[in-house]
Design a protein around this ligand. Structure first.
Ligand SMILES: [Zn+2]
Length: 99
């Protein structure tokens, strides 16, 4: 929904995160939520994020710090996270949907 909602002209407030909605938590599934908040990606964040990112509370400053990093390790960490997060196998596995 992060990408599709905008392109399919779905109102922002209707783009709830299906994973969090299963836990009765309503979050708009936007880039901030996907990168820093969604519990679906907790384990992946632990595997990919730099330690300094993991020890910060999710906030807009951290979001901009991660997205504007220009050192190779940070860029690789972010790319690795996004690549794996968007991999359908991971999404299906995390959502307990048979692959
Ligand atoms: Zn979520």
């Amino acid at each position: 929904m992060v990408e599709k909602g905008r392109h399919q002209h779905i109102d922002r407030e209707l783009r709830s995160c299906p994973s969090c909605l299963c836990n009765l938590d309503f979050y708009i599934e936007d880039e901030f939520h996907m990168l820093l908040v969604c519990t679906l990606y907790d384990e992946l964040r632990t595997q990919c994020f730099q330690q300094t990112w993991l020890h910060c509370e999710p906030n807009i400053e951290l979001f901009y710090t991660i997205l504007s990093s220009d050192d190779d390790l940070s860029i690789f960490a972010l790319a690795n996270y996004l690549y794996r997060a968007f991999d359908n196998t991971f999404i299906k596995y995390a959502a307990n949907i048979p692959v």
